[in-house]
Design a protein around this ligand. Sequence first.
Ligand code: QV4
Ligand code: CA
Length: 512
Amino acid sequence: MRLLVLVATLGLCLAQHNPNTKPDRTSIVHLFEWRWADIAEECERFLAPNGFGGVQISPPSESITLSNPWRPWWERYQPISYKLCSRSGTEDELRDMVTRCNNVGVYIYVDAVINHMCGSSGGEGTHSSCGTYFNADKKDFPSVPYTWWDFNDGKCKTGSGNIENYNDINQVRDCRLVSLLDLALEKDYVRGKVAEFMNTLIDIGIAGFRVDACKHMWPGDLEAVYGKLKNLNTKWFPKGSKPFIYQEVIDLGGEAITAHDYYGLGRVTEFKYSAKLGTVIRKWNGEKMAYLRNWGEGWGFMPSDKALVFVDNHDNQRGHGAGGPSILTFWDPRMYKMATGFMLAHPYGVTRVMSSFRWQRHIVNGKDENDWMGPPSYSDGTTKPVPINPDSTCGDDWVCEHRWRQIKNMVIFRNVVNGQPLSNWWDNESNQVAYGRGDRGFIVFNNDDWYMDVTLNTGLPVGTYCDVISGQKEGGRCTGKQITVGGDRRARFQISNTDEDPFVAIHADSKL
Ligand code: QV4
Ligand code: CA
């Protein structure tokens, strides 16, 4: 017991739960599979002007390249070395991106794959993103270097060498996740190599890490690795700043390993949030938006100051990881915008917005046979740039949810109401709900199948406000709906259940 308390306290000292974003920039966006060159442009031309706090990038480490299936997106979760050339670009392009994004106050969060290397059937050769030689059969990765000695197989007790039972903690951490060669992170040598990789990125100027597959690593090993990390680069961050750490642990309940085991080390992805919000907006299982009254810890989620939340992620949007049919994605745009609006207006957690690419879905018996398809690419497998259309949407199958007016404006809403408590909750005991954030913002949803016409206390000062969902404030006028708040702070909201977007949001900066 005493040891446990000691470990927990040590953990807290190393912990970095703060995203390091600029003041009043509260959300990050996952630019899934984007090229570094495009991210650099996006920071300058769109993310900084619209108040985004940072970008989660796809894994920058060298990975396997596969031809069967042809260049799946998930090849990037099979590292070959810690060289920084990947499908998203070269090390020089990565450095240029970090510098340019940092210079406009948009920070970079690296997806760090440190639990494993490539799959056991990865073969031998130089089919890797920098052309580095490796031999998966011999567990030989000479450019790190790792040899068979640095992997966990001796510790794994299952017949297949893979994880077979998620209720056996030892298996989950010491056996192979879907055959991926499992690193022996209890070895100081391996910890040192992983930390060296992460420290190189810190020196380049990144602000933190999404740590992949944390359920499959012992908290004590992670603590040792995080303990070796440097402070952030003082060219952009205050002296003594530690990297933000958010750990991927899928905990939907019912397994031996819980998100709780990782709170002391950094934030943790709250997958219940994504699954439940989808169920509520879809009105499945008798769920209603009125039940969102105590959204957050009241729903059995982790403490808000430990949570990293999202409507969907790169796995569950295509049935991987904790994917289930309730997950909302860009394929259901109307409900997706409502869910994202709800998330961004609500004070719970650090929020991450998803930005996806479109692929040819092919659903057979509930499973997408094309869930492997990689980003928009040329026939040689190189990723296409992200073209920006005159109306500011993206072309070539880049979805750019983060550029959708409703989502972009809700990212701004979250910044404007930052630090304000949830206030003036109202609901009709069905699917019409509203709530405010102190005297800075107010949002109203109509997810019922009938017209809504209500007058509510908004908490906002008297004035005329532009709805930032149907339009926005532009040149001193509203391009969409206009909401009048009276001296008594009350306003009338009329939302048709057939509106393109059946919700309205107003805030201090959308006042005329
Ligand atoms: C397959 C079989 C194995 C078999 C093996 C034989 O499944 O049983 O032994 O072939 O060679 C890909 C394939 C997978 C294949 C594996 C190894 O999809 O079928 O094994 O490669 O060749 C992503 C994808 C995976 C992909 C992996 C590596 O989602 O499909 O596997 O990348 O390329 C759990 C974890 C959680 C994890 C989630 C998906 O607790 O941590 O599953 N999420 C993260 C990432 C995710 C990534 C990984 C972890 C692995 O978010 O994107 O998996 O780094 O819930
Ligand atoms: Ca492991």
